[in-house]
Design a protein around this ligand. Structure first.
Ligand SMILES: Nc1nc2c(c(=O)[nH]1)N[C@H]1C(S)=C(S)[C@@H](COP(=O)(O)O)O[C@H]1N2
Ligand SMILES: [Mo]
Length: 436
């Protein structure tokens, strides 16, 4: 008796004999619509959508590091991934808005598709024996990276656009490295499965499926992958219904979030977005002055802007800045979290300030702020960004002085740059000479 149990346990461990009861038994999975065709339809949409999200993500990373050109990527430990060849341009002005809007909205649209794809292959997670051979083990590990990577990127991305940071690590680093792990597994998976996908797609015609109602829904042909149920239940939804549900869910997510990317009047439709703001000048505030420890009294008569050049340092009061030639530029500000708004910004040109301290051919600028500590105490802009005549140290927005929450007395605004580089409550500009 003891020996019999021991044998059964060894058999189980080796994956011999009967699979354990429950999801490991083939009869457990009974959906009549699950099958390689349906899986391949989801797969083919993901095959287009995932590269779009990956490429826009890398572009956003490049925008965060405007000096990546010329091997300038300073991210610690970046190693071979620091291969960016170009600096971030300032043209067209809506470049970052489109990049990050596409990344966030296509990423959201993929959520229902990825869940549907996982649902469609779930019996394969319970194959028995769990590991047949070293090659099978490798395949399963790569699937763990694929599924784990997708879930990790979706969860961190969605929590980030909801401004919820329950973890102790940097979103920026984790989402970037997670993307590389995921894309490695994705490329492997596509290389292995593409022929199967193409073959499975040919087995049925989308147009016919879209005409097939519940009553005529029958399982796909039995397959070698074990996706088609051995003993299917009666259908409760047609394949058309499944596709409609998943596609509808994607459209709904995009519809309820898209308004924040567009901004202005459409922001009100973005019910899933965490921020408000509906009239000119009333646009989202990520970090209020109070939350950053910025006190009204530090922005009053005692406030100075120190511009340190290679030749001299000049100190400005706000009145001094107001007396300089003012320029108004209509520029978007676009946060990595997906919201964007276009406003009329008025202030002095960064290039004029550079000229006043005598620096010729600056290589960049370090912007400091009243906000101490963290990334905003010193932000770096690239040479093309300070020299662009539309780049301003803004004093006013939408025809009014900046509010304290929008960065009074002065904030940076640069065309095509991510919002993160538009430092508020600026106190200093350190112009770097041509060698720095
Ligand atoms: N000093 C300072 N400047 C800052 C920030 C900040 O937290 N502190 N947030 C940045 C980010 S991430 C964005 S998207 C823009 C717009 O944010 P806001 O809506 O809080 O002004 O300001 C940028 N400038
Ligand atoms: Mo941001």
């Amino acid at each position: 008796m003891v020996r019999g149990t021991a044998r059964r346990l060894t058999d189980l461990a080796r994956g011999r004999g009967e699979p354990p009861p429950g999801p490991f038994r083939p009869g457990f999975w009974r959906s009549p619509v699950r099958g390689p065709w349906l899986t391949s339809v989801f797969g083919s949409v993901l095959l287009v959508g995932i590269p779009v999200v990956f490429v826009t993500g890398l572009l956003s990373y490049a925008a965060y590091n405007p000096e990546l050109g010329g091997g300038n990527d300073r991210t610690p430990g970046k190693g071979v991934l620091g291969f960016y060849l170009f600096g971030w341009p300032t043209e067209p002005v809506w470049l970052y808005r489109v990049v990050i809007g596409t990344h966030v909205l296509v990423g959201l649209a993929l959520l229902p598709l990825i869940l549907a794809k996982l649902w469609s292959v779930i019996p394969k997670l319970f194959t028995w024996p769990a590991v047949r051979s070293p090659a099978h083990l490798l395949e399963r590990l790569s699937l763990a990276l694929l599924v784990g990577g997708a879930v990790f990127e979706l969860v961190t991305g969605i929590l980030n656009i909801q401004l919820f940071y329950p973890w102790g690590f940097s979103f920026y680093t984790a989402h970037l490295y997670g993307a590389w792990v995921f894309i490695g597994a994705f490329v492997t998976h596509v290389a292995l499965k593409l022929p199967t996908m193409v073959r499975s797609l040919r087995a049925r015609r989308l147009r016919d499926e879209l005409r097939t109602g519940l009553a005529q829904t029958v399982p796909e042909e039995p397959d070698e992958f074990g996706l088609v149920a051995e003993s299917p239940a009666a259908p409760t939804i047609s394949r058309r219904g499944v596709l409609g549900m998943v596609g509808g869910a994607s459209l709904l997510l995009v519809g309820l979030a898209g308004g924040q990317t567009w901004g202005d009047g459409l922001r009100r439709t973005a019910l899933l977005a965490p921020r408000g703001g509906s009239f000119p000048g009333d646009f989202p505030v990520n970090k209020t002055a109070a939350s950053r420890g910025i006190r009204r009294e530090d922005t009053g008569a005692t406030w100075r802007l120190e511009v340190e050049g290679t030749e001299r340092t000049v100190s400005f009061s706000r009145a001094d800045l107001m007396e300089m030639q003012q320029h108004t530029e209509r520029l978007p500000i676009s946060c990595v979290e997906g919201w964007s708004t276009t406003q009329n910004w008025t202030g002095v040109r960064l290039a004029d300030l550079v000229a006043m301290v005598g620096t010729v051919g600056p290589s960049g600028v370090l912007v400091s702020s009243l906000q101490k500590g963290g990334a905003f105490s010193v932000a770096r802009l690239a040479d093309n960004q300070i020299l662009d005549p539309r780049s301003l140290l803004a004093l006013r927005v939408a025809g009014e002085d900046l509010s304290l929450d929008h960065g009074f007395p002065a904030r940076v605004i640069v065309p095509a740059a991510p919002g993160v580089h538009c430092t508020k409550w600026v106190t200093g500009l350190r112009i770097l000479g041509s060698g720095a």
